[in-house]
Design a protein around this ligand. Structure first.
Ligand SMILES: [Zn+2]
Length: 1024
């Protein structure tokens, strides 16, 4: 049972109280509400209208709401003083809570306990840092000695200095002496790994209430952050996944879940020096560092000495504690993968895990695994085992904090974090840690003898920058915008070229995006954008993902340019959001847009949903008629689409046989959360999940369905009713589509395809190269890379089966994919599986089959690549959508060309869509607000003389279309005025200031006049 009716509680009340529109789903359950004490709404961050009773919410809506979760857009607001003690929303007790059988805390128990501790202690602070998919509050609890607002401001300034100005931080003795060590203990990200939560709550209570003689030093020297439960829905429902059905501890760089969005915002806000994420269960307690292969982009020499020493301290303490029932290894210790696993059993290769993500903040990190596995009914835990695990977790937390409260460790680990950020901004090449460098690494030395060649990091040549072109060189402007948004979410600095810039042989137009690797999050940026490494030969298997490059898998063209030691590639300014792609034709005529990226397909589906006639041309673009101009403009705005006037050639093509009038598709799918979320994201929202058994029981499930998408096994061998229903779907021209051998075999069963599907064995997780033959369905906005986990390829194809894409002759680009032999084969068996066997074979196949009714044909398309894997490869979402539209039946009627070939409908007066009519008679308001969104361009002039070298003359042009000439603009930094200038007749003002190298947040304040009220705008500036 997925659903909890108990979560409704105070959320609905609070929403009503603030006039936020509660959804119908929540208001319908008002009778179930348990009144909470007057909720102090202002204090409850992360409150959203998405709180829901999932039972009454469509799955598509849950997916959309998760995508719009409140923490996705903005960084967390941290307290301005400690303690910070808001009133929390209470949740009704849930009798079916899966934590109950083990006598563990349920999510509804957390708020009252935290309230109770806040009432009696000034050492505890609680923030709500988001909500789970089902609407449960996610808490961040801080234990520290009280701080005045001045002290908190100073700590915050130091945190910024460590990251943005590490050279100065390294010399700041006051910072080194008084910066409170941020330690973060998070728990329960896998919902059915419970006990970290209970241990954290016990430890929180101890720290909040114990005599200062015991905890005073810890609270003065540290900020201890606890996330009691990162996945309260899973906790309640006994699921590893979130309520969306995704594994959050593989979602750190995809962020399809509200829970990981909250995690990312938390790690940014905390900037931890050590973080542990508590899980279970591995038989004996396990704490990292990990074994090989090690992530290529980590500053391993800075993290491993203390990380391993800390693990040894935990081992020593846990063994000494002799917790009854706690199993130890045969050697009498706990498990430390770095020491105990040498063959790729527990690696830190991909940044998809919480601990491996946090490491990019210069933290030593660990995934901690508690010992005793679930032994209760229905996948729950038993009270006996829960008690042992909780005691082990509590001891582990105490040992971690003990280690971090040691002044020597704390100081060295802070220096390591500062050094991580310094290297990131140094423009120095990345040095990999290898055997030869081990003896010169400072800090604790216990790890040294264990490092061997298998541990050696892959060599890495960092580029100068990644450029995301705009204009003709960009495959998909919409995917480019989505990528920029994702990079900014991850605190990666993105700049925009202020003028056309030539790098090597290529010229990038102004407005192209630049991710210069001279930035604090260099390691993360490169990990996310680089191709990655082929590590098939290094280890026999990987624990999880082997490749994840945004540059190759998120649909946008991204160029890797130069080397890190090069200077800036050209004049640019930082961006806080991607440039909008939205535009509409000035005249309401026939219009067209590129259907290249995910948002384009979403927009296309939104048009079809609103019964707008749309035709797709052979080049993959879409055309809408003049009668739909207003709707099209609205959709273009919603999805940030560049809608252009259709050309004469577009209009001529409308009658071509290769042009397809599209219909609003009803899709039924067999599959997982991946299929559901990907199809929903693409805008296929008339979506039903089906199984063969389900259709067998109720054949009407396929009534009106245009497309069956198959993502997992679908066999109708023993389901004749289901078989007939699918035949019926095909007989009316419906399509069978899908991914993997499941879809191919289903297509075979229905006589749609002939051939054999082969699938990779072992841990095949890779970024691969693919070839698209001329005339392929996938030729428009072609993509040359794909993702497999696993790979499926199709051989011995029959006459009616067409190849739409193949694995290239050398498919392997990055990740892990070895030739393998079937399990149990005799020694010496020649492998028949691996990249070489997939090479040149079909990765995507299709067919078109004549049905019984004359003229009716059914189409099928099957992908052998992992198009929807963990919802990460956005580029493949678009391939799948293109395949679905190709295979699906066409609309009954065709969008016709306008009479006389004019692109503007003669019947409709041409109305400007973006400007207001000059004849408008509405009286102007007595005052208007000065524009607050300003175009900022900077020109940097480096001083020539040696003496002046430290400062750079920066001129900042502030232009505002309707700023009043003669009014003034004041430019301030941290409250200090830098300059006051007058707005010129052309609405611009130029400010010239001298600045040192560094990062600046400047505020431009426009003075008001009699008719214009003042406004401000914040400018982020980088001086190199
Ligand atoms: Zn886990």
């Amino acid at each position: 049972m997925r659903t909890s009716r108990a979560v409704i509680g105070a959320t609905s009340l609070a929403l009503a109280a603030t006039s936020v529109l509660a959804s119908t789903a929540t208001s319908a359950t008002a009778d179930e509400v348990t009144p909470a004490p007057t909720a102090s709404v202002a204090d409850n961050r992360g409150l959203s209208a998405s709180s829901s009773d999932a039972a009454r919410t469509s799955q598509a809506r849950v997916v959309r709401e998760a995508a719009e979760s409140p923490v996705s857009g903005t960084p967390l607001t941290m307290p301005s003083a400690y303690p910070y003690q808001p009133q929390l929303q209470l949740y009704r007790d849930n009798p079916s809570d899966a934590s109950k059988p083990a006598q563990l805390l349920g999510h509804p128990d957390l708020a009252p306990k935290l309230e109770e501790l806040m009432a009696k202690s000034d050492r505890i602070s609680v923030q709500v840092v988001g909500q789970s998919t089902q609407g449960r509050d996610l808490y961040l609890v801080t234990l520290t000695a009280p701080e005045t607002s001045a002290e908190t401001a100073r700590q915050a300034a130091w945190k910024t200095k460590i990251k943005d100005d590490p050279t100065a931080a390294a010399k700041d003795t006051l910072l080194q002496a008084q910066y409170k060590t941020p330690v973060w203990i998070s728990n329960n990200i896998h919902g059915n790994e419970w006990e970290g939560t209970d241990a954290a709550m016990q430890y929180i209570e101890y720290l909040a209430t114990a005599p200062l003689s015991e905890v005073g030093s810890i609270l003065r020297n540290n900020r201890l952050y606890f996330s009691p439960s990162l996945n309260p829905d899973g906790r309640t429902n006994a699921t590893r996944a979130t309520a969306l059905g995704l594994d959050p501890n593989r979602d750190m760089i995809t962020n399809a879940t509200a829970e990981t969005k909250s995690y990312i915002r938390s790690v940014q806000a905390i900037q931890p020096i050590y973080t542990a994420d508590f899980h279970g269960y591995t038989g004996v307690l396990q704490i990292e560092p990990c074994g090989p292969p090690h992530g290529t982009n980590y500053e391993y020499d800075l993290s491993i000495p203390h990380n391993y020493a800390l693990a040894l301290k935990v081992e020593q303490d846990v063994v000494a504690a002799a917790i009854p029932g706690n199993p130890l290894t045969s050697a009498g210790g706990i498990a430390i993968p770095y020491r105990d696993d040498q063959e790729g059993g527990w690696d830190d290769f991909p940044p998809v895990f919480s601990a491996q993500y946090s490491a990019f903040f210069g933290a030593a990190t660990s995934t901690v695994e508690l010992p005793l596995g679930r032994a209760g009914a229905g996948g729950t835990q038993t009270p006996e085992r829960a008690k042992v695990n909780t005691a082990v977790a509590l001891q582990t937390m105490k040992s971690i904090v003990g280690y971090m409260n040691d002044p020597t460790s704390a100081k060295e680990m802070l220096s390591n974090q500062i050094e991580t950020f310094r290297r990131a901004q140094s423009e120095e090449p990345k040095k990999q840690l290898t055997v030869s460098g081990v003896s010169s690494v400072p800090g604790p030395t216990q790890w040294r003898p264990l490092w061997d060649t298998l541990d050696d990091q892959e060599p890495l040549v960092l580029p100068n920058a990644y450029v995301i072109p705009r204009g003709a060189g960009q495959r998909s402007e919409s995917d480019a915008a989505a990528l920029v948004k994702q990079l900014l979410f991850h605190d990666i600095e993105v700049d925009r070229l202020t003028s056309a810039t030539t790098v090597g042989a290529k010229t990038y137009p102004a407005g192209s995006y630049v991710v210069d690797l001279d930035q604090p999050m260099r390691g993360l940026a490169n990990s996310l954008l680089d191709l990655g490494d082929d590590i098939s030969d290094t280890v026999p298997q990987l624990y999880a993902d082997g490749a994840w490059s945004y540059s190759y898998l998120w649909g946008a063209t991204v160029d890797k340019v130069g080397v890190v030691t090069d200077g800036p590639i050209g004049a640019s300014t930082p961006v806080s959001a991607p440039t909008s792609n939205y535009s509409v034709p000035a005249t309401a005529g026939y219009a067209t847009f590129d259907v290249a990226g995910v948002a384009d397909f979403t927009a296309l589906n939104a048009l079809l949903e609103q019964d707008v006639p749309v035709s797709m041309l052979a080049d993959g673009s879409a055309v809408v008629g003049s009668a739909s101009a207003a709707t099209a403009a609205e959709v273009a705005k919603t999805y940030d689409i560049d809608l252009e006037p259709a050309t004469a050639a577009d209009l001529e093509a409308l009658d071509d046989a290769t042009t397809k009038p599209l219909r609003d598709l009803k899709v039924a799918y067999v599959g997982t959360a991946d299929d559901r979320i990907a199809l929903t994201t693409l805008g296929f929202d008339d979506l039903t999940q089906v199984t063969a058994a389900g259709i067998q029981a109720d054949a009407s499930l396929l009534d009106g369905v245009d497309v069956l998408w198959i993502g997992s096994t679908f066999s109708t061998a023993t389901a004749p009713v289901a078989k007939a229903a699918v035949q019926g779907l095909l007989d009316r021209g419906g399509a069978l589509t899908g991914r993997g051998s499941a879809a191919f075999n289903a297509a075979k069963d229905f006589g749609l395809m002939a051939g054999t599907a082969l699938t990779s064995a072992g841990s095949a997780t890779a970024l691969v190269s693919v070839d698209t033959p001329k005339g392929s369905v996938l030729e428009p906005y072609r993509q040359d890379t794909a993702y497999i986990y696993p790979a499926t390829w199709f051989t011995d194809l029959g006459a009616g089966t067409t190849v739409q894409q193949t694995y290239s002759s050398k498919p392997m680009l990055a990740g892990h994919w070895r030739p393998s032999v079937p399990a149990g084969s005799p020694v010496g068996t020649v492998p028949t599986n691996g990249p070489a066997y997939a090479a040149n074979n079909a990765s995507v196949v299709s067919s078109e089959t004549q049905r019984r009714t004359a003229g009716v044909k059914a189409r099928s398309i099957v992908f052998g690549t992992s198009v929807f894997f963990r919802t990460n490869p956005k580029s493949l979402f678009s391939q799948a959508a293109r395949g679905i539209f190709w295979a699906a039946p066409a609309a009954a009627s065709r969008l016709s060309s306008p009479a006389g070939g004019s692109t503007t409908s003669p019947a409709q007066p041409s109305t400007p869509t973006q400007t207001t009519s000059p004849t408008q008679t509405t009286p102007a308001p007595s005052t208007v607000k000065a524009p607050s969104s300003l175009e900022v361009s900077t020109k940097v002039k480096r001083a020539k003389s040696r003496a002046a070298k430290k400062t750079v003359k920066v001129s900042i042009a502030l232009s505002a279309a309707s700023a009043t000439p003669g009014s003034t603009v004041t430019l301030t930094r941290a409250g200090k005025t830098l300059a006051v200038v007058q707005v010129a007749a052309d609405g611009t003002a130029v400010v010239k200031v001298k600045l040192r190298k560094g990062r600046y947040t400047l505020v431009a304040s426009y003075a008001g006049t009699a008719t214009v009220t003042g406004s401000t705008d914040t400018v982020k500036l980088r001086v190199r």
